[in-house]
Design a protein around this ligand. Structure first.
Ligand SMILES: Cc1cc2nc3c(=O)[nH]c(=O)nc-3n(C[C@H](O)[C@H](O)[C@H](O)COP(=O)(O)OP(=O)(O)OC[C@H]3O[C@@H](n4cnc5c(N)ncnc54)[C@H](O)[C@@H]3O)c2cc1C
Length: 386
């Protein structure tokens, strides 16, 4: 039976663990934190990610902790920036709370497969297995090691040295979820403003509101995160008429406001060796202005599950028998890389087209062109790999 060690119990590590287990692979997930947790507030999952989660048997549970919504862009005067060349399905996504999603995935993969407070330190690759060294001094032997350990991946540092995550200069994000804010939010809205700012608010499934503010090419930051977010909200509200975003920021307790300098992983010349593979932000931490890093990472997980399924049996589900033929791991990983690198090169091109759009209307159009492409080809990538 094929055995896998997955490093990282974030969204992608947990989804990978689930996909591998359902493919009949024995899995151990090593997470350096003492508990399952999720940095960040809420997260948009697109149809391609939901299709994967459906295939893994957790889609309905995820929908129950999510709010269905649409990416509807407005300008700072409150005008809708319509994209009539695309359909409503290209703008539709599910807003989920990150911690709830990770908890749900940890339950689905099985808590007994997760070693908490166990960090990855190094690996040694051999002809027929890989030895994974861990922070408690122990080690695990496996047929394959999956590095799903995020943007600052230690697995990537060993596999592809010199590819440290780097700042996207001047690109910052502020966000929070406020419960019962006492501010009327009649609809979900994303506003494309001036000075490189964009932001908005989306109602959560349980009566809260997720708000976010982002800025490209920000000047140096001063003041508290709340003051920083407030300063930028001004660029999203022409004439100060709208007020909802500023109202939400104003009622958010300081300690709930998350601020991030956006970090990127540079394009990698390779994602795999014979027995080591990267998935999720470890391979492709990207700018959040296309809100798709986790969605695409969930695709990575599904593809690994399909390609590593014993004897290429993509239909294998939960077959934890010991008599299934072992997978040709190096061939499966080579196929994974051959699929992923071109796909992410295209993501980078479409992402740049959104980032450098000269007007809000073009930003909106390029954004929906990206989501349309991601959703439609995401399904095809799953089928191809199967
Ligand atoms: C502001 C912002 C908004 C975003 N919005 C969206 C969105 O709406 N939709 C979307 O699809 N994406 C979005 N993203 C992207 C998304 O957050 C990431 O792509 C996603 O969280 C990556 O998941 P991951 O599991 O790969 O990595 P992580 O979530 O970083 O998980 C990595 C895990 O590995 C563990 N780890 C690290 N090092 C070690 C080690 N040495 N040993 C063991 N464990 C280790 C960490 O503790 C962590 O649990 C957004 C990103 C940002 C910054």
């Amino acid at each position: 039976m094929t055995r896998a060690v997955v490093v990282g119990a974030g969204i992608v590590g947990l989804t990978t663990g689930l996909a591998l287990r359902r493919a009949g692979i024995e899995v151990v997930i090593c997470e350096r934190a003492p508990e399952i947790r999720a940095a960040g507030a809420s997260l948009g999952l697109w149809a391609n990610a939901l299709a994967v989660l459906d295939g893994l048997g957790v889609g309905e549970r995820v929908r129950r902790i999510g709010a269905r919504t649409d990416m509807r862009f407005h300008d700072p005067a409150g005008r809708l920036l319509d994209t009539p060349e695309f359909g409503p399905e290209d703008r539709r996504y599910l807003l989920v709370q990150r911690a709830g999603l990770n908890d749900l995935l940890a339950d689905a993969v099985g808590r007994d497969t997760i070693r908490l407070a166990t960090g990855f330190t190094a690996y040694a690759e051999h002809m027929d297995h890989v030895t994974v060294r861990l922070s408690d001094g122990s080690s695990e032997d496996a047929d394959v090691l999956v590095g799903a350990d995020g943007a600052y991946s230690a697995v990537r540092a060993q596999l592809v040295p010199g590819t440290e995550a780097r700042e996207h200069p001047g690109h910052h994000a502020w966000r929070a979820v406020v419960r019962a804010p006492g501010v009327t939010v009649p609809e979900d809205r994303v506003i494309l403003g001036t000075h490189g700012c964009r932001g908005g608010y989306v109602r959560t499934h349980d009566g809260g509101v997720y708000w976010l503010v982002n800025q490209f090419n920000s000047p140096p930051l001063h003041g508290s995160p709340k003051q920083q977010a407030m300063e930028r909200a001004v660029h999203l509200d022409e004439g100060g008429r709208e007020g909802t975003l500023a109202g939400l920021i104003a009622v958010t307790p300081d300690e709930l406001i998350l601020h991030n300098q956006v970090m990127l992983v540079p394009p990698l010349p390779r994602w795999v060796s014979a027995r080591v593979v990267l998935a999720g932000d470890a391979a492709h931490a990207m700018s959040p202005h296309i809100t798709a890093g986790a969605t695409l990472g969930i695709e990575d997980a599904a593809l690994l599950g399909r390609l590593l399924a014993p004897a290429g049996d993509a239909s294998a589900t939960d077959q934890l028998a010991t008599d299934v033929p072992a997978t040709d791991v190096p061939a499966a990983l080579a196929a994974y890389q051959a699929d992923r690198i071109p796909r992410y090169a295209h993501v980078a091109r479409l992402s740049a087209a959104v980032e450098h759009a000269p007007t809000p209307a073009e930003f909106a159009r390029n954004y929906v062109a990206f989501s349309h492409w991601m959703i439609t080809t995401g399904h095809r990538a799953q089928e191809r790999s199967g």
